[in-house]
Ligand binder design. Sequence first.
Ligand code: ADP
Ligand code: MG
Length: 224
Amino acid sequence: MKMHGGLQEMLVRKGAEASLFLEEWQGNQVILKHRIPKKYRHPQIDGRIRSYRTLHESQLLHEAKVAGVPTPVIFSVDLHESKILMEFIEGPRVKELLITLSLEARTLLCRQIGRMIGCLHKNHIIHGDLTTSNMILTGDGRVVFLDFGLGEKTAALESRGVDLHLMKRAFQSTHFRIAETCFAAILEGYVDVLGKILANRVVKKIREIELRGRYISGRSEHEH
Ligand SMILES: Nc1ncnc2c1ncn2[C@@H]1O[C@H](COP(=O)(O)OP(=O)(O)O)[C@@H](O)[C@H]1O
Ligand SMILES: [Mg+2]
């Protein structure tokens, strides 16, 4: 922990793209997400990319909230410095939480997550990085979605399929034993919001994406 201009800050995480600090700001615990300069990019282009992503993420965080999906409150956005100051969400990440739950509680939680993804997609928002590290369960039972840096605004079936396919893959890689039941519950919640017809079209898309993946990996195995 270091003191910085009277501000106590603590590095929470240093990702490939951004560093996250836990700070105290006006009596609140806040998270500062700072997109750090990339030395390998031309400074001017780098500045533009970071500032664009900062703007884009803060806009999507807001739009998700309007769509009924809990996201951190944004206190300020500094495009010049590529910084977002947002509410610190207290609670376990779904990633660490899932395996501690009973089958019943897990199924309920996954259904809730599925409904939230349904709300995003219904409002033409694609999250872009649906993994259980980007979701926090709060004390009042809300699942807060984080990290919209890779998101986009579109109603394209393909994008919806890719979004959910990523969620499925995330379950398979981090929660292998429970992946199938979890993803089935996610789809149940998703159908509740999007309706059977549209949700079925997305499910078909997911299958198509899976087959495509298998075809590509099968082919590259032959090539090597
Ligand atoms: N508002 C927040 N409240 C609490 N924890 C957060 C918040 N934002 C991010 N985090 C924590 O920091 C991690 C990384 O943040 P994220 O926005 O996902 O950045 P990255 O793009 O590096 O994945 C999250 O997985 C979460 O544990
Ligand atoms: Mg993340």
